[in-house]
Design a binder for this molecule. Structure first.
Ligand SMILES: C[S@@+](CC[C@H](N)C(=O)[O-])C[C@H]1O[C@@H](n2cnc3c(N)ncnc32)[C@H](O)[C@@H]1O
Length: 239
């Protein structure tokens, strides 16, 4: 069982929207394989690579315990990696794709503080009632550029309404700054994304910040990450 992983020349994590079986090709595509035919876990090499540097930032940013809502969990590797290292955080993984549920569940087997994954498309409003009504942090990696622009506003609105006072929204991925991708690799990746779907593409940080502001969130920190990615920390304007 194979699914497509879009991957930029700079090796950034870029997984196709649906994570489903696709076509063979070269260039910006890597394959996201199941470990073996009877194993529901899908594997993203990018998620494996960027997990440790993201975890280092989460350890620095997060308090010792809390409730985490993960948006766009994809394969579930991030949920498993981060939750294993942060045992006092209750982790709620989500993804809109039905095929992601089994993979997330399988990666998180044995982690009692990881809740069963829930289906969440950020555009579906209101967000499902089964989600925790208030969370201490929200993590969303590599979604904004592989989803229509309307998902950015939806993420900000949904996050602002669900974060506890002092809570943080942490987004990760490649961005444009001042309208310019941060590297030739990201420039090529942006062009590749837009060719695949005109609604996709790297997002301009200032425009993302404007959407956040409209929802009442401000950018608290910008962390440069390996492979020209950014980790962005958003919080309520008054805390
Ligand atoms: C490139 S993958 C990233 C997966 C994982 N966060 C990572 O970094 O490895 C993009 C993810 O965004 C999810 N996604 C796309 N559109 C979405 C939407 N409207 N709401 C929530 N998730 C969405 C996809 O299902 C997919 O799992």
């Amino acid at each position: 069982m194979i699914s497509i992983n879009l991957i930029g020349p700079d090796d950034t994590a870029k997984l196709g929207r649906d994570g489903s079986a696709g076509f063979a090709g070269g260039g910006l595509i890597e394959y996201n394989r199941r470990m073996n035919p009877s194993d529901p876990r899908r594997h993203s090499a990018a998620a494996e690579r960027n997990g440790p540097p993201i975890l280092a930032e989460l350890r620095r940013l997060l308090p010792p315990r809390g409730v985490m809502l993960e948006i766009a969990s994809g394969t579930g590797q991030h949920a498993a990696h981060f939750a294993a290292a942060l045992p006092d955080w209750h982790w709620q993984p989500t993804d809109p794709e039905p095929t992601s549920m089994a993979s997330i569940r399988a990666w998180c087997t044995g982690l009692a503080h990881v809740r069963p994954p829930l289906r969440l498309d950020v555009l579906d409003w209101p967000w499902p009632a089964e989600l925790p009504s208030e969370v201490d942090a929200i993590f969303c990696a590599n979604m904004l550029h592989i989803a229509p622009w309307s998902c950015t506003a939806a993420l900000m609105r949904g996050a602002a309404g669900r974060l506890a006072p002092g809570g943080l929204l942490i987004t990760y991925g490649p961005y444009l700054e001042d309208g310019v991708p941060t590297s030739p690799g990201n420039l090529a990746f942006d062009a590749d994304l837009r060719a695949r779907d005109p609604a996709w593409g790297l997002r301009d940080l200032a425009e993302v910040a404007a959407q956040a502001g409209a929802a009442g969130l401000v950018l608290r920190e910008r962390v440069a990450m390996p492979a020209n990615n950014l980790l962005l920390v958003w919080g309520g304007g008054s805390t």
